[in-house]
Design a protein around this ligand. Structure first.
Ligand code: IVH
Length: 679
């Protein structure tokens, strides 16, 4: 029905007001007054009117509500202290090696450890200000996580106020988990109502914590153990000196600490603890996947520091793998983002290590041949901790003669292009440049949590968008329209709107994650951060020369070549252009550029006489670029610059395996760093 512009204007204003009020009731007050269907109906009317009179669309119309829809997702929070993960030990011998390393690094003859159960849940941090719980967050990627305060407050064992007289600011780390019995009850109810089941208690806990409605979280009966004091403000040096004392402190404040945590005077005592819990783990009401061993002295922990990923002072002892028998029912192949054609075994579902497994990768043709795996075979499946389950061997005694050999396909099962295995390579690849399977995997990666984090854009929707040719690359996502989405199966107005909001919101994703989303070979999340802080923008990155890459600490040949190769492909450049036009962040935020000096975090020690720069000028140059000149060489030194007649520091660097630069190399590094900074 065509209405006059004046009438439309009035109706639009009324609809907007009404929709805004219902949004508020729904998201903020959580007290909806109308059904979703009714909301969709009102929304549809507004869309129709605005389509008739596009000139009446304003930026604040609910149809333009893009990003920041209150309550539609979680806020991200930057952790005050990055949440590292742990290195693993898979045997008692590796625990012994850890002990040796600790002794060498600390100079301690008899270091004491605290052994704790490794709870199989998910990491959270709690922030208490003046004793009051002000923020709860998930670990996320360790640097940023999601703010889930309202949900964590529903965990009854988490104190909303600390007991005693805690300092002004306290941040603790712990693990939120679901008891095995609660997990089973939950799955039974879900089964009854035809909902999908959670694979294991950890997934159930994660799913429950990420509910938009805290009432659902509350009903899930989560629990938590706390084990790390990440930060506390104190007037004097009165804080705990050891992990043992830290645990006592947490307990005094009213936080739940695992009662089995034990101070061990030696690694032998740690091993006894590990053996005991390996045997008794099934008696616990919750799942554990190992033991965490922590150097007791907090000062020593700080002194020996961390690697990029994990503290040197702690290690996770993973319980040995579990093995079960099952059958290979079929072998299929999958085509990945890089075109790799990977065979996959479909198995008779079996329970192993707390989850049900029904498929296992067979890696490549060689793997199948080596293990002599045939369709129909009985096989031994092994799962170690959170490692993906793997077929270890065939039980040949159980062969019946009905088994069939698997023939590796010669054409891509998805696009029909031929597949090719380069000599010396184990991987077979699909040669189709526009193979939809590759494209699909690429877009799945692009939208994934660690990348653009487009909530609701899962593999099945991506498949639909591709088959309907609504998208041909990830940039096309940003041109999708409400009406287009409505034509998809199972899409209502609400889901269409939510997806558009999520897509729009992803435009604010920081540059380093956009870079990771591009899926450049060898550029993982960590490397993407390094590249973003070193090169600052996509243009600088894609025009960088090999020398420029190699002059950046931590960047080697493989990365340099991969990025240069990527930049050389016309198709990639076109994609970048489109993504830029769509409004994605293609440069580091200016405030981060300030902080990201090219040599930040790197220490240099000078020895011998330098021909060009004198010592103080060299030190000044290092400082200006964010580096730190040091006077003595230790394991923490990144570079030793050796001039003429270097002294004992040179020898020490050699002993410790610290990288040694001659004056030319040093000059080159400074120049390249200065050039990068100058941009
Ligand atoms: S200490 C720097 N202690 O295990 C890492 N972690 O694989 C400090 N976990 O991400 C972690 N129980 O989520 C520590 N008693 C415990 C733990 C524990 C479970 C988890 C934690 C961490 C993961 C590492």
């Amino acid at each position: 029905m065509k209405v006059s512009k004046t009438e439309a204007n009035k109706a639009i204003a009324a609809l907007r007001e009404e929709l805004n009020r219902h949004n508020y009731l729904y998201y903020v007050l959580d007290q909806p007054e109308i059904t979703d269907a009714k909301y969709d109906q009102l929304y549809g009317k507004l869309v129709a009117l605005e389509e008739q009179y596009p000139e009446l669309v304003t930026a604040d119309s609910p149809t333009q509500r893009v990003g920041g829809a209150a309550g539609a997702g979680f806020q991200t929070v930057r952790h005050r202290i990055p949440l590292l993960s742990l290195n693993n030990a898979f045997s008692e011998q590796e625990l012994g090696e850890f002990d040796q390393r600790i002794k060498r690094l600390t100079g301690e003859e008899n270091p004491a450890y605290v052994a704790e159960l490794k709870i199989d849940g998910l990491t959270v941090t709690l922030t208490y200000q003046d004793g009051v719980l002000t923020q709860g967050a998930t670990r996320g990627d360790g640097v940023t996580g999601e703010e889930v305060t309202a949900n964590l407050k529903t965990v009854r064992t988490i104190p909303l106020r600390l007991r005693g007289t805690p300092p002004g600011l306290v941040i603790v780390r712990g693990e939120v988990y679901m008891n095995k019995s609660d997990f089973e009850t939950l799955n039974r109810t879900r089964e009854d109502s035809g909902e999908t089941l959670f694979a294991n208690p950890r997934n159930a806990a994660a799913g429950s914590l990420r509910q938009l409605d805290p009432k659902i979280t509350a009903a899930r009966r989560l629990d938590g153990f706390f084990y790390d004091l990440l930060w506390w403000e104190q007037a004097e040096d009165t804080g705990p000196a050891t992990q043992e004392e830290a645990l006592m402190q947490l307990k005094e404040w009213g936080l739940k600490v695992n009662p089995t945590s034990t101070l061990c005077a030696s690694i032998e005592e740690v091993i006894t603890f590990c053996r005991r819990w390996q045997g008794e783990r099934l008696t616990l009401p919750y799942e554990i996947d190992g033991i965490v061993v922590k150097l007791n002295s907090l000062q020593a922990q700080a002194e020996i520091g961390t690697t990029a990923k994990a503290p040197r002072s702690k290690i996770a002892f993973k319980f040995p793998a579990q093995e079960v028998e099952t059958q290979v029912r079929e072998i299929i192949v999958n085509v990945g983002r890089t075109g790799a054609v990977t065979p996959l075994a479909l198995l008779t579902p079996v329970q192993i290590g707390g989850s049900v497994v029904s498929r296992a990768t067979l890696h490549n043709d060689d793997f199948i041949r080596e293990k002599e795996i045939q369709i129909g075979d009985t096989v031994i499946l092994r799962k170690a901790g959170d490692v993906i389950p793997e077929i270890v061997r065939v039980v040949k005694e159980k062969r019946t003669g009905e088994e069939r050999e698997f023939q590796f396909p010669t054409a891509c099962p998805v696009c029909g292009s031929s597949v090719y295995r380069e000599s010396g390579e184990a991987v077979t690849r699909c040669l189709g440049a526009t193979c939809p399977a590759q494209l699909k995997e690429f877009i799945i990666h692009f939208a994934s949590r660690g990348a653009m984090n487009i909530e609701g854009l899962g593999p099945s929707i991506i498949s639909m968008l591709l088959t309907r040719e609504m998208i041909k690359d990830p940039a096309d996502l940003y041109a999708l329209t409400f009406d287009q989405l409505l034509t998809l199966e199972r899409f209502g107005e609400k889901s269409a709107r939510n997806l558009l909001t999520a897509i729009e919101r992803s435009k604010a994703t920081p540059f380093d994650r956009v870079l990771f989303a591009l899926g450049i070979r060898h550029v993982g999340a960590e490397m993407a951060r390094r590249l973003a802080t070193s090169f600052w923008s996509i243009d600088q990155l894609l025009s960088a020369t090999k020398e420029e890459f190699l002059a950046v600490p931590d960047i080697g040949e493989a990365i340099a070549e991969s990025v240069i190769h990527y930049a050389g492909e016309e198709q990639n450049r076109r994609l970048i252009h489109k993504l830029k036009q769509a409004g994605l962040q293609m440069a580091l935020a200016p405030e981060l550029q300030e902080a990201a000096l090219p040599l930040t975090g790197k220490t240099f020690v000078l020895t011998g006489s330098l021909a060009v720069l004198n010592r103080s000028a060299a030190e000044e140059a290092i400082r200006r670029l964010g580096g730190k000149p040091g006077s003595s060489v230790s394991r923490h030194t990144d570079y030793v610059v050796a001039g003429k007649d270097p002294g004992s520091k040179y020898q020490k660097a050699q002993e410790l395996g610290v990288k040694i630069l001659d004056e030319d190399e040093f000059q080159n590094m400074l120049q390249q760093a200065a050039a990068r900074q100058g941009r």
